[in-house]
Design a binder for this molecule. Structure first.
Ligand SMILES: *[C@@H]1O[C@H](CO)[C@@H](O)[C@H](O)[C@H]1NC(C)=O
Length: 230
């Protein structure tokens, strides 16, 4: 449990001299790769890197054990960038100080996109309105209300977890972002647009009161709603 909480609380990432732009051409896997080894705090990042997560059709969601379906805004197209906890060098990352994500895609207004994950995957994602600049802190950390996920954690009885996290945003003194809500089984974590309300969200590094939603082992289909206004 503690490990899951620590993972979800996020690793502070700072890199001086950052500059970058959101890349539309970043490689994304189209099918499930091999499981990465060793099994450690990085979890399964896929071999090749990033092949632990890939887009599937909505109809195929029931065929996969671990999925996130991103439900789009009613009015705007949204971009989604997803990351693993560790980078290609198997270092606890800074996923959030790059704009190159293992998986990124657009969710057109009024539609949804689904992603399948291999067991052992953990990481997060950020959503933002298409065409707007991706927000960063001065240190280059991608800001927003992040979605975070752990699917079938190897050293925690294959339990899973998820949350919506404003930890880095608040550390940067900002709370004006699009809302995000994640539902899984009977649990929910959300932060409404501009942090007007929240439930089971990670707002600080205090693990006693900021722990998101932790679930027992088994298949898990998460539904993440962007532009959530409460
Ligand atoms: C969120 O805050 C921004 C900046 O102040 C504002 O323009 C926007 O209307 C707010 N959105 C909502 C849904 O309150």
């Amino acid at each position: 449990m503690y490990l899951l909480i620590t993972l979800l609380a996020g690793i502070s990432a700072a890199r001086a001299g950052y500059s970058g732009s959101f890349l539309d051409s970043a490689p994304s896997a189209t099918s499930l790769g091999k499981r990465s080894l060793p099994v450690d705090a990085c979890g399964n990042v896929g071999v090749p890197y990033g092949s632990n997560m890939f887009l599937i059709s909505d109809d195929d969601v029931p065929k996969y054990k671990y999925t996130i379906t991103v439900v789009g805004s009613d009015t705007d197209d949204y971009r989604v960038g997803m990351w693993n906890t560790c980078d290609e060098d198997h270092q606890p990352r800074s996923p959030r100080v790059t704009d190159v994500f293992p998986l990124q895609f657009t969710v057109p207004a009024g539609s949804r996109r689904s992603v399948a994950f291999d067991g052992g995957s953990h990481g997060g994602f950020v959503t933002f309105r298409s065409g707007s600049a991706i927000p960063h802190s001065a240190a280059g950390v991608v800001l927003g209300f992040w979605g975070e996920f752990v699917f079938a954690h190897e050293s925690s009885d294959e339990s899973s977890a998820f949350d919506v996290c404003a930890f880095e945003a608040l550390r940067a003194g900002r709370a004006q972002f699009s809302g995000l809500r994640i539902d899984g089984r009977d649990e929910v974590s959300f932060i409404a647009t501009n942090l007007t309300s929240q439930a089971n969200a990670i707002l600080s590094g205090d693990v006693a009161t900021n722990h998101g939603c932790v679930l027992s082992s088994g298949p898990l289909s998460l539904v993440a709603t962007v532009d959530y206004r409460g």
